[in-house]
Design a protein around this ligand. Structure first.
Ligand SMILES: Nc1nc2c(ncn2[C@@H]2O[C@H](COP(=O)(O)OP(=O)(O)OP(=O)(O)O)[C@@H](O)[C@H]2O)c(=O)[nH]1
Ligand SMILES: [Mg+2]
Length: 325
């Protein structure tokens, strides 16, 4: 990668190609790229932060990409610049969902005020989310004031994404039977907005019923915060329900800033990011230290052979680490 300073100055002017290059740099595993990425990030961080970061989650096929296409275009019409990032730890190699996204977000991807970036394709979930966080900063420095982060997958990625956004949205489909069966209560607890998509055609009435069910369920989950989670219906196909969604987004933005939650939440998020990054790097350092590791092997064997208790062994390991520090 050539001149990171050139990338930086073009990125700060809002150049989409420079932004794409910058993200590639951040995603790269090559040590020289890594070095440049760190310099670049250090320089642009003061210019970042100025967006509403929105996480969008939901099971595969619920309609996230179609939803983002409609919402994104409407936000742009209202004067925003919209960046879309994806977190997809479930498909580390393939381009399947990327292809899907390109076609689902056809109009948005061609809009000059939109920037769409598929998920980083390599690395552990921890690595992928670290890169997504850094990509958020880059998008903000390039002038995007709405950053949408689409998470694919069930389970851990939702928690990871909710810990890097200001507002977390969960998309659901109306279904027959017990509405709450399929979703984990934990995910609902994370949601600031629950959106029931596909409220059209035959499923319109089901969506209405689902809305009531979820509203009641959310009532039970008591949140002592500035914001009570909302349930809204929409159809990405018919483009209905989006006025209410946009209103909810701006109320959330306003209320969270007024209450001080916005600021404190971001501080908390960067603190916990630092903690987890520190831990990750510390473990990496230890793993890469061969003399330490051969000593650890012996200690492990002692435990296996019943010559030391687990507690004794861990104390011994800590002692060895301290000696190296
Ligand atoms: N009837 C109806 N169908 C929809 C709506 N939104 C999306 N779909 C359809 O649902 C399917 C999945 O939509 P996507 O937008 O790709 O869903 P996704 O959640 O992004 O899927 P993954 O990226 O695979 O997780 C497509 O066939 C869409 O045409 C809607 O509002 N109404
Ligand atoms: Mg999708």
């Amino acid at each position: 990668m050539k001149d990171w300073k050139e990338i930086k100055s073009n990125l700060l002017k809002g150049d989409r190609r420079a932004l794409a290059k910058a993200i590639t740099l951040v995603e790269s595993h090559r040590p020289t790229d890594r070095e440049m990425a760190e310099k670049l990030l250090k320089d642009i961080i003061p210019k970042s932060g100025n967006s509403l970061r929105i996480g969008i989650s939901g099971i595969p096929g619920v309609g996230k990409s179609s939803f983002i296409e409609v919402l994104g275009l409407q936000l742009i019409k209202a004067g925003h610049k919209v960046a879309v990032l994806a977190v997809d730890p479930s498909s580390p190699i393939s381009g399947g969902s990327i292809l899907g996204d390109k076609t689902r977000m056809e109009e948005l991807s061609q809009n000059k005020d939109a920037f769409i970036r598929p998920s980083p394709t390599t690395g552990s979930l921890g690595g992928v989310t670290a890169k997504t966080r850094e990509s958020i900063f880059l998008c903000e420095a390039a002038g995007y004031d709405i950053v949408l982060i689409e998470t694919v997958g069930v389970g851990q990625s939702e928690y990871q994404v909710s810990s890097m956004v200001d507002l977390f949205m969960v998309l659901m489909v109306p279904n027959t039977g017990d509405e709450l069966q399929g979703i984990k209560k934990g995910i609902i607890e994370l949601a600031d907005l629950l959106i029931i998509n596909k409220a059209d055609g035959d499923t319109k009435i089901l969506a209405e019923n689902a809305k009531t069910t979820y509203q009641n369920a959310l009532h039970i989950i008591k949140k002592e915060r500035f914001w009570s989670p909302m349930v809204l219906n929409c159809s990405s196909l018919e483009k209905t329900g989006f006025e209410e969604i946009k209103e909810a987004l701006s109320s959330f933005d306003e209320d969270s800033k007024k209450s001080g939650h916005f600021e404190s939440n971001r501080k908390e998020q960067s603190q916990s990011w630092l903690d987890s990054l520190f831990q990750e790097r510390l473990f990496q350092e230890i793993k890469e230290n061969s003399s330490l590791n051969s000593q650890f092997e012996k200690i492990r064997k002692n435990v296996q052979d019943g010559k030391a208790t687990v507690r004794e062994a861990s104390s011994e390991m800590i002692k060895l680490i301290k000696e190296k520090l």
